[in-house]
Design a protein around this ligand. Sequence first.
Ligand SMILES: [Zn+2]
Length: 145
Amino acid sequence: MLFGTLCEILISTVSSLISAGVYEIPCSCGKVYIGETVRMVNTRMKEHQRDVRLKHITQSALAEHNIETGHRILFDKMATIATTTSYFPRKHREALKIQKHSDNLNRDSGYNVSRIWKTALSTGQRSTPSPTLQYTPPPLSTASI
Ligand SMILES: [Zn+2]
């Protein structure tokens, strides 16, 4: 059963990399780059890797960030957010993700997203968690039974 689950995860991971869609590539500093492609996500990732390696800062925001900061781009942690070959759903999904991820490496905010979505995203973000109360157990009784 576990093997079957692992196979399903592997198949979905591989199939998401060989289809068009929206993806994110994280950096070691916690920022992410969000992109979309009509080609295979895997192909686009290889182009990003090449741009970083060859320091093509005009072609890749990732390469620029890598050169400016020296941070490591975590290509092995790349994830496909959505798989779709349709232009507008892809652009929209990318833009929403960029809006949601204020800490992104993208040079622009992507496709124009309606203000309703921006408002929904900004109010939907988690606030800073309140400090947790620490439970201090009472001292153990030294009285013998
Ligand atoms: Zn970074």
